[in-house]
Design a protein around this ligand. Structure first.
Ligand SMILES: NC(=O)c1ccc[n+]([C@@H]2O[C@H](COP(=O)([O-])OP(=O)(O)OC[C@H]3O[C@@H](n4cnc5c(N)ncnc54)[C@H](OP(=O)(O)O)[C@@H]3O)[C@@H](O)[C@H]2O)c1
Length: 297
């Protein structure tokens, strides 16, 4: 499949590129900053430039466009809501419209932060949205803009993305930060009052491509089966990486002063993606086992 991946240098985008490339698909990436070690050719693109994005789509002639580009700095979005809306809402809408006009499949990535986290039960795709901060509002507006563009697109909501970078194989995000602290013998306070279903970037990338390959559309939740706290996640990580789990200590969300409010419980119900693909999503322990080498190196 001829595939164009936007935001190809990010945690998720690099894994979408690497996974599609490994499957023998014809892949082209777009990046904002120059990538290191990409296995495919990449073009520079700021997704806010709708004309350039459309021209690139015409140049490359893809069957599938996957949008992994986003302003993901949750507190940064609070400080710069205009930019958040331009990148996370207006750009996806314009991209979806460009794909719809050309009858190209479009996959857009969204977030569990469209929910307010007040429900105990995991959120399914039909659950009511109510974002608590600018990031979630901008991502929800992006989902709506994609739907309004009339394309037969797929919106995949992920939760707490982590893993290894698709080009370098190096740990990224939360595990990289924790492993650094633990390796230095520092204690790591992690929240016991937040619950998420972590999405490993490599697993989510493969799932997105499986869904696209099957021509799935609509909204789908792509995450692990494990609803856990960052504290529990950190303990699993310490265990897997051979560090002392006692260095992972209990913390609370209110201990940290941050610009944006975070939801407390945004575990995603993954039964729809499991039904669509006829297989179970992994647990977080399965996911950590899959990146064992990076965790222990
Ligand atoms: N991270 C999470 O915990 C999480 C949770 C749920 C959902 N998600 C969603 O998952 C998707 C992928 O996130 P991620 O974790 O892979 O984030 P990431 O590593 O921050 O990747 C986002 C990418 O978007 C690029 N980007 C930002 N602004 C851009 C612009 N104006 N034009 C073009 N590219 C731009 C960034 O490029 P630069 O590196 O050059 O800035 C970066 O490569 C996003 O839609 C995000 O909302 C993430």
């Amino acid at each position: 499949m001829r595939t164009l991946v936007l935001g190809a240098n990010g945690q998720l985008g690099s894994n979408v590129v690497a996974t599609a490339f490994d499957r023998g698909w014809d892949v082209h990436g777009t990046v904002r900053s120059p990538p290191g070690g990409a296995p495919v050719e990449c073009s520079r693109l700021d997704v806010r430039d709708a004309d350039r994005a459309a021209a690139l789509i015409d140049e490359r002639g893809p069957d599938l466009v996957v949008n992994c580009a986003a302003m993901t700095d949750v507190d940064g979005c609070e400080a710069d809501p205009e930019r958040a809306h331009a990148v996370n809402a207006e750009a996806p809408g314009a991209l979806a419209a460009a794909c719809a006009e050309r009858e190209i499949s479009f996959v857009h990535v969204s977030t569990d932060y469209v929910f307010d986290g007040r429900d105990e039960a995991p959120y399914d795709e039909s659950a009511e949205t109510n974002p608590l901060q600018v990031y979630g509002e901008s991502k929800l507006a992006g989902e709506r803009a994609v739907r309004d563009a009339g394309a037969d697109s797929l919106v995949a909501r992920l939760s707490f993305v982590y893993g290894t970078h698709g080009f370098t194989g190096e740990l990224t995000g939360f595990p990289a930060w924790i492993r650094g602290k633990l390796a230095a013998g520092e204690s790591v306070p992690l929240f016991t009052d937040q619950h998420v279903t972590p999405s490993r970037a490599g697993q989510a990338a493969a799932t997105l491509l499986d869904l696209a390959d099957r021509g799935e559309s609509g909204t789908v939740h792509v995450a692990s089966r494990s609803c856990l706290t960052p504290y529990e996640f950190g303990r699993l990580l310490a265990h897997r990486s051979g560090a002392d789990p006692a260095l992972v200590v209990e913390g609370a969300m209110d201990d940290v002063d941050r610009e944006a409010t975070r939801p407390r419980r945004t575990c995603l119900d993954v039964s729809a993606v499991e039904a669509a693909l006829g297989r179970q999503q992994p647990t977080t322990d399965d996911d950590l086992a899959a990146i064992d080498e990076a965790l222990t190196s």
